[in-house]
Design a protein around this ligand. Structure first.
Ligand code: K7E
Ligand code: CUA
Length: 662
């Protein structure tokens, strides 16, 4: 998005001059109708109608809002460490962020994909992409926790991701940057881009029962930039459509050099055909390196495996698998309507929005109505595939979502508006301003076969005067509009975490009924768990000291620990013995170089601590859990290296009876 802002610099500069000179939309009073407050009011103790899963962009996290209230319900740590929850700091979660480059504690999360069955959101999982160090994450919606992260090899930036097929057969990953392939000599001059740089799109299978991801295959593509994607649905099920820019294949100053041609492409991939080729052994196994991290809910810990092989299908050798559709100009969003017949491509620099027809595409393929080839891939004739163009829609179209009544909603970054148009007639029927410079937008169920409609939510890039000033940086902003009537109506602004890109909203009832309340203590298989106070203990193994600790309102067992020496590493394995909903205990120790632990009922988490000086170190519970929360504390004594203080520990014992370890 940042580079994209550059692309639009001239455009935007012109607009912002106008904006500064007084065309600026006036504040809320003029834009909001009288009954807006009632429409977003969710009375205290009442639930919202929808969950809204919103990408956090450069925060690396995903946030969850209630709609229509705009209340922030949760921030789910995905690609970035989160000291609040100990994610990426505890020994159990660290390996979730492992990659072939080592521990990567941050990423740039742009897109959300809720799992689907028969093209309808099913509320089981939500997937998200890591844009920088190519990864896809799966969050389990029973626990709202990241359950799995898979790295994508042969990729230089996982932007066109993780768009999902209608039975969650696959999530896809198209590389934003083309690069030399991982198993080739990457040490080449950058200006040999055209000969040495390639693109890939990956199809990551999702297990129907467990949700586990695997890279089923990759398709080797020309060295363009892949941007976004959408799966076909209904009649176009079996196809995936990717937008691409930089068909010029420039390697410098893309702002100009990738804006030369009138048209780039929508790339249509027949993944059913790809599956046939795969079955027929047409794939080439390539040696690569990528991390695959999974979190075990019973062991309460993650494992990271480095995988070493991927199967690649070459688009230029395998006929009838990939086709190019010319598309004006530097397309960004690529969206398919609920019927699966229409493919809407938003050229950032284009004057119209082309809408392609899947039926016409099939006919053009059958009759070989090609205008040529691009890097060995047939290019279909624009007019042969075009259903029609939305004329004079606005400036800088980015993304399109659909409602349940045959309308499309397209976001316009430059003219800062949402434009509603009729998918059949292509007529613009309404437009509303956004404050300001909208990126993605979301209609509940908007990318699926069955949109729920009711609202459209704008995710804006620029906030300016919408909120109280907070120094140079302002929270980015979402805006909720009603789409129940003919005209869109602004109802609410709400601030977001990081930079929101894509988001999806889903009826609350599809998720809340499955929401897990505790981890059952009897199912806890963490090898370091202490499943009751009587199992609490301290053990020395060489220079490792393992504290098997329990927490329950309102004490730790043990809470007095002695016998640790300089040079030791102390592992606090904290098991929360509570079995009540919403009763976590925290754990923090003075001077720890990482973060706290926040341990859910029935869970075990481990904090590693290397004392760096001799003395007494307090530890305490960080989450106000009871009237005697402030009493939930303890001490650990650190003695000089070579001291003969024995390991001892206890809770509720006098000094003299602190139990020495056997
Ligand atoms: Cu348009 Cu990264 Cu989906 Cu942001 S991208 S807006
Ligand atoms: Cu446990 Cu506060």
């Amino acid at each position: 998005m940042r580079s994209f802002i550059k692309t639009l610099l001239l455009f935007s500069a012109a607009i912002s001059i106008v904006w500064l000179q007084g065309c600026k939309p006036k504040g809320t009073q003029s834009a909001v109708s009288g009954d807006a407050a009632a429409k977003v009011y969710v009375a205290p103790g009442k639930y919202d109608e929808f969950y809204n899963f919103v990408s956090g962009g450069f925060s690396g996290q995903m946030s969850v809002y209630g709609i229509p209230s705009g209340r922030l319900l949760r921030v789910i740590p995905v690609f970035s460490v989160d000291p609040e929850k100990g994610y990426g700091y505890s020994e159990e979660t660290k390996s979730m962020l492992n990659t072939s480059h080592g521990f990567v504690p941050w990423d740039d999360l742009h897109h959300i994909a809720l799992s689907e069955t028969d093209g309808i959101q099913d509320g089981r999982w939500v997937f998200a992409n890591g844009n920088n160090t190519p990864r896809i994450a799966r969050v389990d919606l029973k626990t709202f926790r990241t359950a799995e992260i898979i790295e994508i090899p042969n990729s230089g930036g996982n932007h066109s991701s993780p768009f999902i097929t209608e039975n969650s057969e696959y999530v896809v990953a198209g590389t934003r940057f083309s690069i030399p392939m991982d198993n080739s000599n990457g040490d080449v001059p950058i200006n040999t881009y055209k000969s040495n740089f390639k693109g890939t799109v990956s199809f990551i299978s999702v297990d129907k029962t467990t949700g586990n991801m695997n890279i089923a295959f990759q398709i080797l593509m020309p060295g363009v930039n892949f941007d976004l994607a959408r799966a076909g649905k209904g009649k176009s099920h079996g196809w995936m459509f990717f937008s691409c820019y930089n068909s010029e294949r420039a390697n410098t100053l893309l702002e100009q050099n990738a804006s030369q041609k009138d048209k780039d492409f929508i790339i249509a991939v027949n993944w059913k055909k790809a599956e046939e080729y795969l079955k027929a052994g047409k794939g080439k196994k390539e040696s690569v390196k990528y991390a695959h991290n999974t979190y075990d809910e019973k062991k309460h810990s993650a494992t990271s495996v480095i995988e070493t092989e991927v199967t690649v299908l070459d688009s230029k050798d395998l006929a009838d698998m990939v086709y190019m559709i010319p598309c004006p100009k530097s397309p960004h969003g690529c969206d398919t309507d609920p019927s699966g017949e229409y493919i809407v491509a938003s050229g950032k620099l284009a004057a119209t929005i082309p809408v392609f027809s899947f039926t016409k595409m099939q006919q053009a393929i059958a009759s070989k109505t090609f205008e040529g080839e691009y890097e060995g891939i047939p290019v279909l004739k624009y007019d042969a595939v075009l259903y029609g163009e939305v004329k004079k829609p606005g400036l800088g179209p980015l993304h399109t979502e659909f409602d349940d009544k045959g309308f499309a909603y397209t976001s316009f970054f430059v003219s800062s508006e949402i434009v509603k148009w009729n998918v059949k007639t292509l007529e613009v029927v309404d437009r509303v301003p956004t404050y300001y410079s909208i990126g993605h937008l979301s209609v509940p169920g908007g990318p699926t076969r069955k949109p729920w409609g009711k609202y459209v939510i704008a995710y804006n890039k620029i906030t300016k005067d919408r909120y109280l000033p907070t120094g140079p940086e302002l929270a980015q902003s979402a805006q909720l509009y009603s789409i129940e009537g003919d005209k869109m109506k602004l109802l609410l602004d709400f601030p977001t975490i990081g930079e929101p890109h894509y988001a999806e909203a889903i009826p609350a009832e599809l998720i809340m009924k499955n929401s897990q309340k505790i981890y059952k203590i009897e199912e806890n298989q963490n090898p370091f768990a202490a499943l009751g106070d009587k199992f609490a203990r301290v053990e020395r193994k060489g220079n490792e000291v393992h504290v098997y600790m329990t927490s329950i309102r309102s004490h730790f067992t043990p809470d007095n620990i002695e016998g640790v020496k300089m040079g030791d590493i102390v592992y606090f394995h904290v098991t929360n013995l509570e079995q009540d909903w919403d009763m976590p205990h925290g754990f923090a120790v003075k001077g720890a170089n990482n973060a706290e632990l926040l341990v859910m009922p029935g869970e075990t988490q481990t904090l590693a601590w290397k004392p760096e000086r001799v003395g007494i170190f307090p530890f305490y519970c960080t989450d106000f859990c009871s009237a005697l929360h402030q009493e939930m504390q303890g001490y650990i004594r650190v003695s000089p290296a070579g001291s003969n203080v024995p390991i001892s520990f206890g809770t509720g014992k006098t000094d003299s009876t602190t139990v020495a370890a056997k």
